[in-house]
Design a protein around this ligand. Structure first.
Ligand SMILES: [Zn+2]
Length: 681
């Protein structure tokens, strides 16, 4: 599974090919207004570096968390809106890509039509479900729903074969729960119980609103109780998020005949034939114990309950695309109860997000033509190579690894496949039909189109040139099975890179992000894959042991952080990301020093800050944000990244150069003695 630098957007920057040499014209890249000079950097560096920004950007009702990367996201949304509305105003040939974008936008924005249609767009699906009676019919319906991109019980997806990463194979993956995270079903603290109550409240409301309760002549509350029971069984059989990070535990390739033998009542032979994989011989059953539970539920649960569960999946998938009563109920749970957001995003933003999902690369193509200068790609590539060199230098200088492990690590580092800006080949949307029937009908056709597209990859060579993010996404990723790093165009822009600024700040921001992605190839998960992307141990056993000991320092440290009173961070879940931040900082710092030796960086104080200070302030600024307590708790349960505050105040005490730069001493809150610091890459 690919790993992103941040949850929803991040820090990279626009470098142009004609980067000016250091001169008096350049700024430091540090905006003092974003800082809080009254805070002591040695005690609370986050407040010192970001306090001003946080005060200037209080949370609005629309947000559960708002950070400097959300700010970039906001600006990006406006750009996308302008592109989309621009297309909507012109005359488009029927069926052309611009016509598809324009039609979908109009349907999403047409609140009158959405209101008139109410729940009508899902009526045919619900009526079909209500009529089912036999187990065989239920099995058939499962296939129909999955082909429509609605996934009750489990997910069907495609990923590399971990034993032969050149090939893509079919994967069955745990899923089938509306709250997505098992602990929401199983934990019994007050907050979780309240979330559970709100989830059921939403379900009951929507069973009534959609007319399904009436259709099957059962009280909505009864349907809700049954569905909740079924989802809880699935949650119990699911891996927790820490176990999901273990590639060995989640790779269980088996012959289809074996799967069929252990799950006779689900009838996977027919399933694969009908979804469009008639020749499937083998696949990865990522969590076998979960699939066995699906078999168990299929065998023992009354058809009415499975039907209610199917209906719930349809309603819950469709709710954001129906009339306002559906949308509001959906938001009351997923927005308010779960994250603490107070108001919904405006309609246009939601529609832009939808179009990004359905016609992503078509919008992306327009986006890069308008906003991504080819020169930026060249400059970014230079920088990635500088980071690659610095990483190799650090591996060579490392004191804890045998030379043999070092050599293999460097070969893997050099083999990293680099993607910048946008794909060379764009996806073809000509077969996707967008019509004016209803907003949701288009979502459904788009789902069908995407499922077919995905399944077309099965048992074929992995397309290493495919992009797993659209160019207009404000984020970056590392994918272990292709050993690739990717930096979409949208993240390669200000405010995270300042073209007028000296590069010390840029190495602290964009440089650390690049180093972060590279380190993912060598974090606790990524290090288990070799340079071709196969899950294959290339470590000397002694070095492997030392790695685990060193990594444990970091996971133990983070597990001790209290994020809100009574809730601690999960050092195991966030280990890979914390390792990537730790490595990214070390590597980019070396790269900055290399650049300084070449005279590419102003070694004097600028705005009264040394280059090292500018580096660390810029790093922290990337994570400037405000966040609600509910969102802190939700992210701590689900997000493999540490909270922004701790990516600064938890990460930096482990970086010796930081302690030096700000003269942090024993007794200061940001201080950690050398023997307690985590030093891996
Ligand atoms: Zn990451």
């Amino acid at each position: 599974m690919k790993k992103c630098v941040i949850l929803a957007g991040c820090a990279l920057a626009l470098f142009t090919a004609s980067k000016p040499a250091p001169s008096t014209e350049q700024t430091s890249g540090i905006d003092r207004a974003n800082m809080d000079m009254t805070a002591n950097p040695a005690n609370d560096f986050y407040r010192y570096a970001c306090g001003g920004w946080m005060q200037k950007h209080p949370l609005t009702a629309e947000y559960a968390r708002y950070g400097s990367f959300d700010q970039l996201n906001e600006e990006n949304q406006t750009k996308l809106k302008n592109l989309i509305t621009g297309v909507s105003k012109q005359q488009n040939a029927p069926g052309s890509i611009p016509d598809k974008i324009a039609t979908l936008y109009q349907l999403g924005m047409d609140s009158v039509k959405l209101q008139q249609q109410g729940g009508a767009p899902i009526k045919p699906l619900l009526t079909a479900i209500a009529k089912l009676s036999t187990r065989k019919e239920l099995q058939k319906e499962l296939i129909t729903l999955h082909k429509n991109g609605i996934f009750p019980f489990f997910d069907l997806t495609t990923e590399a074969d971990y034993t032969n990463s050149k090939m893509t194979i079919a994967w069955l993956y745990q899923g089938g729960t509306g709250m997505g995270e098992r602990s929401y079903y199983l934990d019994n603290d007050e907050r979780t119980k309240e979330i559970r109550a709100k989830y059921q409240e939403m379900m009951t409301k929507l069973f009534n609103l959609s007319g399904y309760a009436k259709l099957v002549k059962m009280p909505a509350s009864k349907l809700t109780a049954e569905v909740m029971g079924l989802e809880t069984e699935l949650a119990k059989a699911s891996f927790d998020r820490v176990t999901l990070r273990d590639p060995h535990k989640n790779f269980n390739k088996m012959d289809l005949s074996k799967l069929v033998a252990i799950t006779p009542d689900v009838d996977f032979a027919t399933y694969f034939k009908s979804v469009g994989l008639p020749d499937l011989k083998s696949l990865n059953v990522a969590q076998p114990q979960f699939i066995k539970e699906v078999q168990n539920i299929f065998k023992t649960t009354k058809p009415e309950i499975v039907k209610a569960y199917f209906a719930w999946y349809v309603i819950n998938t469709a709710a954001p695309y129906l009339s306002s009563d559906f949308v509001t109920a959906n938001f009351a749970f997923y927005g308010k109860a779960m994250s603490g957001r107070e108001v919904m995003r405006p309609r246009w933003k939601r529609v832009v997000t939808t179009i990004n999902g359905t016609l992503g690369e078509a919008v992306g193509q327009m986006y890069v033509e308008k906003y991504f200068p080819p020169a930026a790609k060249k400059r970014m590539l230079e920088l990635v190579h500088n980071l690659q060199d610095a990483f190799a230098q650090r591996i060579q200088a490392s004191e804890w690894m045998a030379q043999e492990t070092k050599n293999t690590a460097i070969s893997k580092l050099k083999a990293i496949h680099i993607k910048i800006g946008y794909p060379d080949k764009w996806r073809d949307y000509s077969k996707l039909q967008i019509a004016s029937d209803s907003y949701f009908a288009n979502i459904l056709r788009s789902n069908q189109f995407d499922v077919a597209y995905m399944l077309n990859k099965v048992d074929k060579p992995t397309d290493v040139n495919e992009w797993l993010m659209t160019p207009q996404t404000v984020n970056a990723y590392y994918q272990p099975t292709t050993n690739e790093i990717c930096f979409p165009a949208a993240i390669l822009q200000p405010p995270f890179f300042n073209q007028q600024a000296d590069d010390a700040a840029n190495y602290g921001a964009i440089g650390v992000v690049i180093g972060h992605e590279m380190t993912h190839g060598f974090d606790d998960e990524g290090r288990q894959y070799d340079l071709t992307g196969n899950l294959k141990d290339w470590w000397q056993p002694e070095d492997s042991k030392k790695f685990d000991e060193r990594a444990k320092v970091l996971s133990d440290y983070f597990s001790n952080i209290e994020v809100v009173p009574g809730t601690k961070a999960n050092g195991q879940l966030t280990l890979g990301e914390n390792l990537a931040d730790n490595g990214g900082l070390h590597i980019s710092y070396i790269a900055m020093q290399n650049a300084m030796k070449k005279g590419d960086i102003n070694s004097d104080k600028m705005d009264n800050f040394t280059p090292a200070q500018r580096f660390f302030i810029a790093y922290a600024t990337v994570w400037a944000s405000n966040i609600r307590d509910q969102e802190k708790v939700r992210l701590t349960k689900t997000d493999p990244h540490s909270l922004a505050q701790w990516r600064v105040n938890g990460t930096l005490p482990h970086i010796d150069m930081f302690l030096d730069a700000f003269n942090v001493k024993d007794g200061d809150k940001m201080y950690l003695p050398k023997e307690k610091q985590a030093l891996i890459w």
